[in-house]
Design a protein around this ligand. Sequence first.
Ligand SMILES: Nc1ncnc2c1ncn2[C@@H]1O[C@H](COP(=O)(O)OP(=O)(O)OP(=O)(O)O)[C@@H](O)[C@H]1O
Ligand SMILES: [Mg+2]
Length: 297
Amino acid sequence: MNRGSTSGPARICVTNAKGGTGKTTVAINVAGALSDRGRDVLFVDLDPQGNATEGLGLVDAYDAQPPSLFDALTGDPGVLAEIIIEHEEMDVVPSNIDMLQAEHELTIADLIARIDARGLDIDPSVLSQFAINVTPEMVSGSHALDTLDRALDTVTGYDYVIIDSPPFYGNLTDTGVFAAQHVLVPALAEATSERAIELLMDQMVALEQQADIQVEMLGVVANRIETTSEAETMLKWFKAAFPDSPVWQVRKRVALQRAYTEGKSIFGTEEQCDMADVFSDIAARFDEKFGYNKVTA
Ligand SMILES: Nc1ncnc2c1ncn2[C@@H]1O[C@H](COP(=O)(O)OP(=O)(O)OP(=O)(O)O)[C@@H](O)[C@H]1O
Ligand SMILES: [Mg+2]
């Protein structure tokens, strides 16, 4: 098996700070396709809005009492194992209403790390007074972006971790990219995606420098494609912008929305959808890349 520089499951963060590009849809259906190939998948809903949690039929978990993913990211990473829920296709770390506080909490953790890294004469425990969980003891190193990474290190038994990220730049998204170091980027085949993708690539470079990591682009998923000249133009743009990465094409299909409503990927529903082939292709490509070569399902 080849997992690059790390052992353990291949981790993939599905990300694009532009809203509504299909992150959640793509994340759920790539996870479903990997599961369909016999892989053990852990799905992490890092978005405080909890769309993936809802789209996997786990809305009760969103409203559940602590501990939740919030506590694993800001307090005890070991809590992650306790909050995993079994779904028929994959295991899931659900989002939770408390995740609405996570960006604020991770900002405090980041400031504590910066005080330490710069050797400033400020007592970091002053800042933790403004936090719910974060203390100077849980922050180590020159940044505080490693909390999901550390939490994922405490769970074993998975081939893949698929992370659905929120639609904004910030600590939460950075934490997801840091943990995965591989990104899959859903983008609508429309002109607004150009700027969104350029900003995303700039942000990845900034994060690589800040956190001293290499982020690998696994591909673009041009999503919700309709038969328009704008879509044709954008597909050409994606291919030119990412000559070394696959550009998968997912067309607009209500079957994807119906599967979401059923709490499943399209691989878990009765309904046939031609876009299943695209998600299967993505999964096969990932298996090849990460060294899982046999279909065992
Ligand atoms: N290929 C598709 N065909 C039809 N509908 C789609 C497709 N992809 C996504 N959608 C629908 O578009 C909407 C946005 O998709 P989704 O929630 O996956 O995007 P997102 O990037 O996760 O959004 P957010 O930025 O809010 O997290 C949803 O209603 C979803 O069902
Ligand atoms: Mg989403």
